[in-house]
Design a protein around this ligand. Structure first.
Ligand code: GLA
Length: 730
């Protein structure tokens, strides 16, 4: 008891000192439309977070927050640090840990200066410089705030001003500090075909870590996105919630530490696992951004802000268009030739979609890619399958009035390939250990600039030879085992970081030369999607699982973080559910098909042809409108999602039966959201299967007020398991 109270005196003494020198503290508020993140450089020159919450009407009052809230029993003066340095006073999880050239492991970062630059009407950049007083180590923190969307991206640059090498043992992007009565973490787990399974739990004291160590991708088991609700779990429309995600496509680590004073410290960045990074004298290391969005109006509001931000600022061509397509993967797998493809090009036209996408299996001659055991790495057309090459297929597509796209997996290699024979040193593997495979393949060493050139050359070669090539599906079906780069020699601990930087270099080069060609980010599932990769890609592949019932759940969870326009949804034969259900679910994003059109029964064919036309009519609302999740499939027998255009004149509402027990269905009206209460609307059912009639009265006029307070019953039941309604202002 005595011990504790004597310790308790220490912060009070410090506090008194601070109050006497109060004039010296610098308040640094970062304001967005609704929120403020307030930092303070105190008289001790420590920079702490004093507040992250709804902004105050009078910004001068940010000065009063710290005294009003009172001080925690913080013996370190660093629990609320904006970038907690290890090895000096800190006792909790650090954001940065270093080893100086002389072997010393201490760091203490003090305020030097800050400035705010206005990037545009909407975007501001705060630059905050911190420096150690003993060692010449400088850290610059960046906070890029997007006013309208309440989004903040933050990252850091660490500069080694010493004469020798500085080793970065930990180098986070963000170190947030949240105050609330309690915190509820929603995290995701999964595996191949089981992506985005949510789990919500109250955070207890100590550290909860979300991380991955897969090398090529952030996610297979655990994506980098998460939510933290404050005081109670947020619902769609209520509660305070922060979404966060590191923007990094490789190993990441997010620590959520409920500290002894019941505040939540969120420290997120590249995973420092096996990744101590060496900075030579004068060098700098810039971390990837961590993004967050904070809302007091529930998960729906937070996700609409994030989606809006993504379309405007991050996702490639986020406000543009996308190509509907027919893919041949599940209809042919590796077994195709020119004759089969010619027929598929005709089917593409018949279906009415924009493009044909040729999948895996078109390359390799010494070791043709007739299965997933061989050929990967040898990017020449297989002569026996395609004697006239890709060029003749592109031409065939053009002759049919459709575009042509192609699958590549350029970072990978099968041991059974000419590439592997020629360049064993380009392959990631341990020199003295047995090779270990993921889908019979290994990963190329993108830390090596020669490999970067090779990967860039694959894409560049395809575009140069086929200027009309309209689309790339960029796959990544392996993780990194036996991490070892022959190129990095003794610097193996830089490998994971340098691999990802190498990949980004290649993608930047591709985008410099081919700025807008649409590319899908695929990873045998949704394992690669994150906001760093999405600046180079127009869309991602959420899961190999295309069973529409599964997809209702998977797409629902992804939609909290990513806009519909980025979600590649293909209609396949994974499920026995009616083709209408499959098409309706796939229409909540970027519609594609991977079924055998020539084998469709007459009515199914008629249905899909009409559905493609209908989709072209409403895709603008889905792609560029606001999304409202109306009924959660985890809590109801029916799932319901609506998209509303910006003018609130058009909406499309998707409704699905997700519980097939006796007599389940929509028993009551479902309340719409996001309409204009003062507008009058008419409702019409679309995507009706040939020969069926809608029970919806198309002539009835409803006010937006009525539709949002009372709602409309789509009459979903086992005979109408999927219902799409168009809501148009009159
Ligand atoms: C991955 C993709 C599939 C398909 C195959 C091809 O599994 O997710 O869509 O492209 O690779 O091998």
């Amino acid at each position: 008891m005595k011990f504790r109270s004597s310790l308790f005196l220490l912060p009070l003494a410090v506090l008194a000192l601070k109050n006497s020198a109060k004039a010296q503290s610098v308040i640094i508020p970062i304001e967005t439309a609704n929120n403020a993140l307030v930092l303070e450089a105190n008289n001790n020159h420590d920079v702490n977070t004093v507040y992250f919450g709804p902004k105050l009407a009078d910004s001068k009052e940010y000065n009063h927050i710290a005294p009003a809230v009172g001080k925690d029993n913080d013996y370190t003066g660093q629990m609320a640090s904006v970038y907690t340095p290890a090895g000096s006073r800190n006792l909790l999880e650090p954001a940065i840990a270093v080893t100086h050239a002389d072997g010393n492991q201490s760091l203490d970062l003090k305020y030097v200066s800050h400035k705010v630059d206005k990037v545009s009407d909407d975007v501001s950049l705060l630059t905050l410089v911190l420096k150690d007083n003993v060692y010449n180590t400088e850290v610059t923190l960046y906070y890029k705030s997007y006013f309208k969307d309440d989004v903040i991206e933050q990252w850091s640059t660490i500069r080694n001003g010493e004469k020798g090498t500085l080793v970065l043992n930990k180098f986070a992007s963000a170190n947030l500090y949240l105050k609330a009565g309690s915190f509820y973490l929603t995290q995701y787990h999964g595996d191949w075909a089981k992506e985005m399974r949510p789990e919500t739990s109250q955070l207890t004291h100590g550290i909860k870590t979300l991380d991955s160590k897969l090398g090529t991708r952030a996610d297979l088991f655990q994506p980098p996105v998460f939510m933290v609700s404050m005081d109670k779990p947020a619902t769609e429309d209520e509660g305070t919630v922060m979404y966060g995600s590191i923007e990094w496509s490789g190993n990441y680590r997010t620590d959520l530490e409920l500290d002894p004073e019941n505040n939540l410290r969120v420290i997120s960045g590249i995973n420092n696992y096996a990744s101590a990074y060496q900075l030579k004298a004068g060098e700098s290391f810039t971390t990837p951004p961590f993004l967050s969005v904070l809302s007091r109006n529930g998960k729906g509001d937070a996700s609409r802000k994030l989606q809006h931000w993504a379309r405007n600022y991050k996702l490639l061509d986020g406000n543009g268009n996308r190509l509907t397509l027919l893919n041949n993967w599940e209809s042919t797998y590796f077994d195709f030739d020119e004759t089969k493809l010619a027929a598929l090009l005709k089917d593409t036209k018949k279906l009415g979609v924009d493009m044909f996408l040729l999948d895996d299996g078109w390359f390799g001659n010494k070791y043709p890619r007739n299965g997933d055991h061989s050929g990967l790495g040898d990017w020449q057309e297989t002569k026996t399958k395609l004697p006239n090459g890709i060029a003749s297929l592109v031409k065939g597509a053009t002759d049919n009035g459709v575009k042509f796209g192609i699958w590549v997996e350029p970072e990978m290699v099968n041991p059974k390939s000419e590439l592997y024979e020629k360049h064993p040193d380009w392959v990631i593997k341990q020199p003295k250990r047995d090779e270990y495979y993921f889908r019979n393949q290994l990963v190329l060493d993108l830390a090596n600039p020669a490999v970067q050139d090779f990967v860039f050359g694959i894409l560049d070669g395809l575009f140069t030879k086929n200027p009309d090539l309209a689309y790339i599906k960029w796959d990544c079906n392996a993780v990194i085992y036996n991490a070892y780069s022959a190129y990095l020699k003794k610097d193996q601990s830089q490998f994971y970081v340098d691999y990802m930087r190498g990949l980004y270099k290649v993608l930047s080069r591709i985008r410099a030369k081919y700025p807008k060609v649409p590319m899908m980010l695929c990873s045998g599932g949704g394992g690669r999607v994150d906001y760093n990769a999405l600046q180079y890609f127009t869309e991602f592949w959420p899961s190999d699982n295309t069973d529409p019932l599964e997809r209702v759940f998977i797409q629902w969870e992804y939609s909290y973080f990513y806009p519909a326009i980025s979600s590649s949804n293909h209609v396949t034969d994974w499920s026995k559910l009616p083709v209408k259900y499959r098409v309706d679910v796939a229409s909540m994003g970027k519609l594609g098909f991977d079924i055998v059109i020539s084998k469709l029964p007459e009515n199914d064919l008629k249905f899909v042809q009409d559905a493609v036309k209908n989709f072209n009519g409403f895709k603008d609302i889905v792609w560029h409108g606001d999304q409202y999740r109306l009924l959660d499939p985890r809590e109801n027998p029916v799932a319901s999602v609506a998209y509303v255009n910006e003018a609130k004149t058009s909406a499309v509402m998707f409704n699905y039966l997700v519980n097939y027990r006796y007599d389940e269905g929509s028993k009551a009206p479902i309340r719409l959201k996001g309409l204009d209460p003062a507008k009058q609307y008419k409702i019409k059912e679309t995507n009706l299967y040939p020969g069926t009639k809608s029970g919806i009265n198309e002539n009835q006029i409803y006010s937006g007020d009525f539709l949002m307070k009372i709602g409309i019953n789509p009459h979903v039941n086992s005979g109408r398991s999927s219902v799409v309604l168009m809501i148009e202002a009159v």
